[in-house]
Write a protein that binds this ligand. Structure first.
Ligand code: WT7
Length: 649
């Protein structure tokens, strides 16, 4: 028996949510299932400020995505910043929109809706003067400063397509993205700050753009004041062009299905894919889910401590909360700086009511002991969210019992870059929770577990998680490669969207996500492809072949395990391991690192030359007894060498 946690009184009383109780959830779920168009059109009309209200719901289906891309609200017209900013000028002009906490504790800024509107207009005017037009792509490579959100919204104001690249990615990764989306403008800052350290941003952009002809302007926000090189004619200081630009800006009217942004994410094969999210559906979905999951109230102080470089930051720091007129925090630092009490210091100082973070941070903080939590008042908290990876029940209970003192609802929110917004999660005022379960699907989300290629599992059991029905927040395509979008998500189980995750379903219909079933790694909530690691490793001359898999890691969720076959004249050494990790850092970024190297005489391959990754995984997981059938291997003796030399942390 797993424990069932009822919704605490502090959360359930007086919820203004359109789904305030379980019967309302069941009713909304049934309506979205029976009549998705009617359900979502009414949500869209209610939550979004349209220039032309949509009359069309969904066009297309999961069978014909290749020929006709999915479309929601196709005849609607809008500019998303009118929902996120202009509409609030009437009722919330002086309300804090962005609460910025700088790396240095206690430093930061409060930006009201009126101020944010003005800054976005100025920045849109400045970008327009630099030549940015509707439909053009703009790369944003910044840290967690308010100007990152302002830059995103300024692009949206112009109908330009932003692609935010997390500030930890390497020059090579930035260059790949600039090229792939054909960006002509990059927005960056001199340096970022994180945990008392500075992070080079502008110099990485310079490296990324070396020899690139496509980018003609780089807009640079000054943050730390460090000396940086400015390329004449190309580089422009933010403070030279934004403050003097006009305070008002007539927004560009866009079609509901025009792209809003591209966000690159890792898959099982090849380079990261640029997933495309569109204007009307994405805004409707992030606004709705932000309200119903977190039980947003007018005076909430809402803090999602993710980075805007990931989808969590796009949907639940910027677009969802601003559409809802919330006060949303941007946090520049890390949970352990200056010490492990930083989050709870924030909670006390700002009176945070809704707090949203990742299991990896919760595990790291729990490991430091309770005293860092108990040192701060946390009575303002009402809802505690987690996202990014499965949360182990122990970490869940610590979050619930110690951080929330049992008074808060913990919402374990399952979703993906591809889903645009939360898909399976408790609704804070509604759903009884179980530690470690993402619980129930949101209205409009129809999960299906696949037992095998064409067998759907009914009732309790474990299978591969697919979604059977489209929802407005769903990514529409891969930038420049629609066939790849279809091949990745809609061919494994024809007629279904395949998530890449496995899941269990219990007797109560609750979902327990078990993690990726493909070659995607989830390291501290960061999604990375094994193929990206392998290509970085084989780029080193000494390496003949590389096979990379994940293994269970107590703090990071997963660690990275690399099997390396060296060229015949090479020998393994700690220095070589450092060289290999330097190559990984250069190809991907500072957040990517191999934890364990094993040098092997060969990789286990079938007679047709395919690497049997199952064997690599089992040995890395410390289960060499569970290898299964190895008789189809070309050379079974490599398995003995692999098992004999297995590494452990
Ligand atoms: C993958 C998506 C969604 C924003 C952050 C990650 C894993 C995400 C959960 C959760 C178990 C989770 C899945 C998913 N994941 N949330 N609550 N429980 N697993 O977005 O980088 O696109 O990664 O993260 O494996 O497929 P992403």
């Amino acid at each position: 028996m797993t424990e069932l946690y009822p919704v605490p009184g502090r959360v359930s009383s007086g919820s203004p949510s359109p789904i305030p109780d379980l019967p309302a959830y069941r009713e909304a779920y049934a309506r979205a299932l029976d009549d998705p168009d009617g359900f979502w059109l009414s949500v869209a009309r209610e939550r979004v400020r349209w220039r032309r209200e949509p009359t069309e719901g969904l066009a297309g289906d999961f069978h014909s995505v290749l020929e006709s891309p999915l479309s929601w609200f196709g005849d609607g017209q809008l500019n998303v910043t009118e929902t996120c900013l202009d509409q609030h000028l009437e009722t919330r002009a002086d309300k804090t929109a962005i609460l910025w906490e700088a790396d240095q504790p206690g430093q930061g800024r409060h930006i009201t809706y009126a101020e944010l509107h003005r800054e976005v207009c100025r920045t849109a005017n400045a970008l327009h003067a630099l030549g940015v037009e509707k439909g053009e792509r703009v790369i944003i490579y910044m840290g967690m400063v308010p100007e990152a959100a302002i830059a995103m919204l300024a692009c949206a104001r112009l109908g330009a397509v932003h692609s935010v690249v997390f500030g930890g990615f390497s020059a090579e990764a930035v260059r790949d993205r600039v090229r792939d989306c054909g960006a002509q403008v990059v927005i960056t800052q001199d340096e970022g700050r994180r945990g008392g350290r500075t992070i080079p941003l502008k110099s990485v952009v310079d490296q990324a753009l070396e020899g690139e002809r496509g980018v003609h302007k780089v807009l640079v926000f000054r943050h730390t004041g460090a000396e940086i090189a400015m390329a004449p004619g190309r580089d422009v200081w933010w403070h030279d062009v934004v403050p003097g630009a006009g305070d008002s800006h007539e927004p560009t009217v866009c079609g509901a299905e025009d792209p809003l942004f591209i966000l690159y994410t890792s898959g099982s094969t090849g380079k990261p894919k640029g997933l495309v999210h569109t204007q009307g559906g994405y805004l409707t979905y992030t606004s709705y889910t932000h309200q119903v999951v977190f039980d947003l109230r007018e005076d909430d102080v809402y803090a999602c401590v993710a980075d805007v470089g990931w989808i969590t930051g796009h949907s639940y720091i910027v677009y969802g909360p601003l559409a809802n007129g919330a006060t949303t925090m941007m946090f520049e630092s890390v949970p352990t700086w200056p010490d492990a009490g930083r989050y709870w210091d924030l909670v006390e100082r700002y009176g945070i009511t809704i707090f949203y973070t990742a299991p990896t941070a919760i595990r790291a903080l729990a490991a430091q002991g309770d005293r860092f939590v108990l040192a701060y008042a946390r009575s303002s908290l009402r809802v505690l969210g987690t996202v990014g990876e499965p949360i182990n029940p122990d970490a869940w209970r610590w979050y619930h019992d110690v951080v929330g003192e049992g008074h808060c609802t913990v919402v374990d929110t399952w979703w993906q870059t591809e889903t645009g917004g939360i898909a399976i999660s408790p609704l804070a005022p509604v759903t009884p929770t179980k530690p470690g379960s993402a619980t129930l699907p949101l209205p409009g989300i129809v999960p299906v577990l696949m037992e095998s290629e064409d067998r759907i599992l009914r009732g309790p059991g474990e299978g591969r998680l697919c979604l059977a029905q489209s929802w407005p927040g769903q990514a529409r395509t891969v930038w420049g490669d629609h066939p790849r979008f279809v091949a990745t998500y809609f061919t494994t189980y024809p007629g279904y969207y395949f998530t890449g995750d496995g899941s269990r379903r219990d007797r109560d219909g609750y979902y327990w996500i078990t993690g990726r079933v493909d070659d995607v790694l989830n390291i501290s909530g960061h999604r990375m492809g094994t193929a990206e690691f392998e290509s970085a490793l084989v780029s080193v001359d000494a390496v003949a072949e590389a096979g990379v898999v994940g293994f269970p890691h107590a703090l990071k969720g997963q660690g990275v395990y690399a099997y390396i076959v060296l060229q015949h004249d090479q020998v393994a050494s700690p220095e070589l391991e450092q060289t290999l990790n330097a190559a990984v850092r250069a190809a991907i970024g500072a957040h990517a690192k191999v934890d364990l190297f094993q040098f092997v005489p060969g990789l286990p391959k079938t007679r047709s030359g395919k690497v049997m990754r199952r064997i690599l995984r089992k040995v890395a997981e410390g289960q060499p007894e569970a290898l299964g059938d190895v008789s189809t291997l070309a050379d079974p003796s490599v398995v003995d060498a692999i098992v004999a030399g297995a590494r452990k942390l």
